[in-house]
Design a protein. Structure first.
Length: 476
RNA sequence: CGGGGUGUGGCGCAGCCUGGUUAGCGCACCUGCCUUGGGAGCAGGGGGUCGGAGGUUCGAAUCCUCUCACCCCGACCA
């Protein structure tokens, strides 16, 4: 039905791009690999920011801003870190028409600049913990880019905390991953699996990395958030020590954690359909649209008065779009707001005015319902959270139905080669077996779920003993 | 960087092979009429250095050379 959107069944990847472009979420920029986030897309980002920011504040974090440019010498201080990031960094070599004394890196992430500052700020255990977050842009020179999912420049938040003890740092790392999980499920209506990354998949410079992984509608995995326990690696690289209660000087323990505009891509690929974007109500800046319908001048007067009164009533509690544009017919408007994912549409025509009703349409199910005029406000209040819950539930079912326990390598290979999905399989813990699977199937270990069952088994590749299952899947 | 593809009004394309008046078509846009419960219709109208440079030719969107950009598929990644 949607005019310019490729069906998911015919080309998933084209469908995704069509939704992003047609729903006016983003557009290609003149620079390869970077994108313009248009107002519809940015509104989603603002909702993500607002809600996450509140959750960060509630857990004791504060915001700050560190600069975009990082001296080259900083980048090279932490060995693993530089190895991980150097190839994908943009470097400024000139300024004011002159070659620079020292090259400046455009931040791919801010650990180095932040820890250079923490060194100045941390003297005593009394200065700890430091719980700072920043909302910023970063740049990674990607070879292959896709709108929202992977662009050279992207927006994110990065939390950087400093702690006196390893236990505290670990608790923070887990706490923030849990914030992401809660946010993903309660706001994005996107079920995720929280767990630990394997050694080969962890962040450059981390002791270990945790992630939340979501399943998209094409059954591929998408890493939606990460949280790193950095141990003392950065403290050592930047010589950040504090004097503890016992008078001893010790290196500080660090964490960092982030989510990016990639979440918008995740949101699209979790819920949207062939008619366009489907937004969970809590992510919709404007969750309701009213479309008046009329033919004759006399009908117009009545319908608009009726609709306007309802608009005013609903606006007390929700941001409501009142689409009284004259140049478009109702059918066009329906299609347009569907494409843009507005959760609830209220249609008001002469017959509704006559009967003291309105038509309420849910974007996720496309269900139409006649509602009494007197009941509509309560119905809207009730439907938005209901829709939010049902969208999460639907996504959960999808994830569950496409997750398979597998005990032999051949089945793993044939599932990945076929329809795909998440595969729960035993793994001995060796990087070799992990690499073997990756080479053969392109699937990687997404993470080692926290809530996996303790279950003795045999590694699906080599047969050595394993303590539990990990998730294999192809990933974005 | 390897393989493939595309550059022609805002968008999507045709024209190119076989050079020849004023470069077409659909959508979008503007004006008017008419319409409005699932992307209406009619009439009129505006808008193009044919990605760029060079060459061949009386004449180039079209042929030749070079170049640039973007997209898709692979190697790297949140």
């Amino acid at each position: 039905m949607a005019k310019n959107i490729t069906a998911r069944s015919s080309d998933y990847s084209k469908w995704y791009t069509d939704v992003v472009i047609q729903a006016k979420l983003a557009d290609y920029s003149p620079v390869k690999g970077s994108m313009v986030i248009r107002p519809n897309g940015y509104a989603i980002w603002e909702m993500i920011q607002q809600n996450l920011d509140r959750m960060f504040k509630d857990t004791g974090h504060v915001n700050a801003y560190f600069p975009l440019l990082i001296p080259e010498s900083f980048m090279t201080k932490e060995a693993e870190h530089v190895e991980g990031f150097a190839p994908e960094c943009a470097v400024v070599t000139h300024g004011g028409g002159q070659p620079l004394e020292e090259n400046l890196y455009i931040r791919p992430t801010s650990e180095t600049i932040i820890w250079s500052m923490y060194k100045k700020w941390i003297m005593s255990y009394r200065d700890l913990p430091i719980l700072i977050n920043q909302w910023a842009n970063v740049m990674r020179w990607e070879m292959r880019t896709r709108l929202f999912l992977r662009t050279s420049e992207f927006l994110w938040q990065e939390g950087h905390t400093a702690h006196a003890t390893a236990e505290e740092a670990e608790a923070e790392t887990l706490r923030m991953l849990n914030v992401y999980k809660t946010f993903a499920e309660e706001y994005l209506a996107m079920p995720v699996i929280a767990g630990r990354k394997s050694e080969s998949e962890k962040f450059a410079g981390a002791v270990h990395t945790y992630s939340i992984e979501a399943m998209m509608q094409d059954k591929k995995a998408l890493q939606a958030g990460t949280s790193h326990n950095l141990g003392q690696n950065f403290a050592k690289a930047f010589d950040v020590q504090f004097q503890d209660k016992d008078g001893q000087r010790r290196y500080v323990y660090a964490t960092s954690w982030g989510v990016s505009t990639r979440l918008i891509g995740a949101l699209i690929m979790t819920h949207s359909d062939d008619n366009g974007l489907v937004l969970p109500p809590r992510l919709a800046q404007r969750p309701v649209v009213i479309v008046p319908i009329y033919r004759k001048e006399e009908e117009k007067t009545r319908v608009l008065a009726y609709a306007d009164a309802l608009h005013k009533e609903l606006s007390a509690r929700h941001k409501v779009i009142f689409d009284d544009r004259e140049q478009y017919k109702p059918g066009y408007k329906f299609a347009e707001w569907e494409l843009q994912g507005i959760p609830l549409r209220i249609e008001i025509g002469p017959r509704d005015v006559e009967n003291n009703k309105v038509v309420l349409v849910r974007r996720d199910t496309m269900q139409k319902e006649f509602i009494d005029r007197s009941a509509i406000a309560a119905k809207v209040d009730e439907t938005l959270p209901l829709m939010q819950r049902e969208m999460l539930e639907k996504a959960r079912v999808w994830q569950k139905e496409n997750t398979f326990n597998v005990d032999d390598y051949d089945s793993l290979k044939s599932i990945i080669a076929g329809d795909g999905g998440f595969i729960n399989a035993h793994w001995c813990g060796s990087a070799d077996c992990e690499a073997t699977v990756k080479e053969a199937t392109k699937a990687t270990i997404r993470n080692i779920p926290f809530d996996r069952e303790e279950e003795k088994g045999a590694c699906v590749v080599c047969g050595k003993p394993s303590d539990g299952r990990v998730i294999f899947a192809k990933a974005y």
